[in-house]
Ligand binder design. Structure first.
Ligand code: ZN
Length: 253
């Protein structure tokens, strides 16, 4: 582990472009349960019934019972791993992060280039009239579920708003796909953190980096099947990433 940590730090120091791909595992250490875990959100709310666009259009009030739990998730705070990644970016070691999380914790920690592959919970949209809302505006409305207050031809729209998280039957936002391709292009190193790389198409990202000759460093509690990293640094996000950062800083000094 120690020599692997040194090797990973050395690669980080010599790589011309490094990026990170993060998943649920980085947020569990901020107290957000993995939605896919045995007692997670999807064990209590079937995704087909509660997390599809079709379900939302049919019965948005019902879907909001699940979304109300998601709201609690958005009250979490970034952890030491999020902070280390944000600092690595500020110090020039990391070009950006592609995340599968919708909790905004990377941005809360100070990361600037964050591609949210599965959308985010900080903005809301009206599926009826297309109006968009910031989280603070929705919270100021003081109603759950929130209704669209936009006037269409002089009449309040009134449709129930949907957070801009990507439901199971939705496509990855084209902007996120484009931004992710741009980050992946020319990446010589990818840190794969807190993700089992099972959800397509995010699962393809490390493989794209490898196809273009880049290296994969995995930081997971349990190794991801089929990832075949160049180096695996097993352990907690909040411990391994700060240690990697420390070694990298040592090489720079
Ligand atoms: Zn509307």
């Amino acid at each position: 582990m120690d020599s692997d940590l040194n090797q990973a730090a050395a690669w980080l120091a010599t790589s011309n472009k490094s990026i990170a791909l993060t998943g649920a595992g980085v947020s569990t250490e901020s107290g957000i349960p993995d939605f896919r875990s045995p007692d997670g959100l999807w064990s209590r709310y079937s995704p087909a019934e509660y997390a599809t666009l079709g379900a939302f259009r049919r019965d948005p009030e019902k879907v909001w019972r699940m979304l109300a739990e998601l709201e609690e998730v958005l009250m979490a705070e970034p952890n030491a791993g999020h902070v280390a990644l944000a600092e690595l970016e500020a110090e020039g070691a990391l070009a950006g992060i592609i995340t599968q999380n919708v909790d905004g914790l990377h941005q809360a920690a100070g990361s600037r280039t964050v591609v949210e592959f599965h959308g985010n919970g900080r903005t809301f949209s009206c599926l009826s009239c297309g109006a968009s809302y910031t989280r603070s505006r929705v919270l100021a409305m003081g109603e759950m579920p929130p209704h669209c207050s936009n006037e269409v031809h002089g009449v309040p729209c009134g449709a129930i708003l949907k957070p801009d998280v990507i439901f199971f039957d939705e496509q990855i936002p084209p902007k996120a796909l484009a931004a992710s391709s741009q980050l992946v292009r020319g990446a010589e190193l990818i840190l794969v953190i807190g993700t089992s790389c099972e959800v397509f198409p995010a699962s393809e990202i490390p493989l794209q980096v490898r196809r273009e000759g880049g290296r994969i460093v995995e930081i997971n509690l349990e190794p991801a099947d089929g990832l075949a990293p160049d180096i695996s640094l097993p352990g907690w996000f909040t411990e391994v990433v700060p240690r990697l950062q420390e070694r990298w800083r040592g090489l720079r000094a």
